[in-house]
Design a protein around this ligand. Sequence first.
Ligand code: 5AD
Ligand code: SF4
Length: 476
Amino acid sequence: MTKALYIKTYGCQMNVYDSARMIDVLAPLGYAPVEDPDGADLVILNTCHIREKAAEKVYSELGRLRDLRGARKRTGGPDMTIAVAGCVAQAEGKEMLRRAPHVDLVFGPQTYHRLPELLAQVHRARAGGGNAPGRGVLDTEFPVESKFDHLPEAVASQGPSAFLSIQEGCDKFCTFCVVPYTRGAEFSRPVGEVIAEAERLAAAGAREITLLGQNVNAYHGAPPPNSAGARPWGLGRLIRRLAEIEGLDRLRYTTSHPRDMDDELIAVHGQVEKLMPYLHLPVQSGSDRILEAMNRRHSADDYRRAVERLRRARPGIALSSDFIVGFPGETDSDFAETLRLITDIGFAQAYSFKYSARPGTPAGTLSAQVPEAVKVERLASLQSLLDAQQEGFNQGSVGQGMPVLLERPGRKTGQLVGRSPYMQAVHVAAPANYLGQIVNVRIAATGPKSLSGRLIEDPVVGRSEASGTMAVEVHP
Ligand code: 5AD
Ligand code: SF4
């Protein structure tokens, strides 16, 4: 009998990918994804610990699930298993079982290949009357075996635009960031495994693949068995190889570190047409003093130079970034440096955050924390500058024709939504069977966060894909 599985995903695209893989792991056990927790037999919250707000959302969702489960019990309905995965699970472990005693299972990002066994433990405990509140099953190890060696082949369709995790973890230890603690040490999947998964995704209808990693351009995967030489492949070389896969038309990668933009990768931006002319390259701050305190190990000018090299290789490349305001010790003049960097570079879009002190990180205990009111003010002025740049970039698209990969139905009937090469969301009137196609669109107008246009010509309709079945709340 099919069992209903509801997965809610928070945070980064890496979690979106992990959730898709959990669906793959659970499919042989009879679980099929549903879009609502109401009738679910198993609920998994795949969580994010990057900022305090993200972590807190999990507890309010757990409160709602407790009520839902209670209501079901009272009406004699079937029981529900509640599991928490991802980075909050990893960071809090036992503490989470104490704070939310109705949770049955807590497991980290490196152990979800063990889900069948973990669920069996939950059910055994339940059958033996042993799943009293607070007695949930916990697995937050960093196992020596790689989960990738124990996952089934990816089968859950991700639609026309798919994610593929190629690298995980981080050894950079920026002083504000929990990732090195929640995701562990840097690890690159072997090239052969990545190619095989990319080929499967393409065969299942993906036209675009975004290669994922916390530090994706630090990728150094073991070479495929038949390749000359035993040296690991960098991201540039991997992209050249993936671009040979038939049916795949677009490649992207995220998230990168400025220090790892090597010559080969920059050259690939100029030479591989399938690599989209858009790059998310977080800089965090424009002040050298703050960059140093963040342990970013590059200066603002290093960043400017990296962008210059990229623009020389691929004129017109659009840039996106992440910014943190109110890092401990940030002065008005440090902040002014950040605004200056933004003005110098010109971003097509960006994500910006107030610094959030995270437990266990070096910056979390610094005494010079910036008052909330100052953070709020700085965030507002930073965002108004970034919004103006984004609007300017989008305005520049009006009148242009560009290829758009249609990914999902729009809100209005008869409308589909897709992405331009520059990651802009584009709304266009098109028949539903155009989903999964790359169509040429003349951009007619821009809204605050998206564009709209009309079809220039009919695409060749050959593929169509259902859109995803997961609830997602993602940040960059
Ligand atoms: N506070 C605020 N923002 C943070 N980020 C990471 N850690 C923190 C923190 N403690 C931001 C960075 C990163 C993005 C994913 O989240 O900008 O690039
Ligand atoms: Fe966090 Fe820095 Fe690693 Fe990015 S590079 S995941 S910000 S520690």
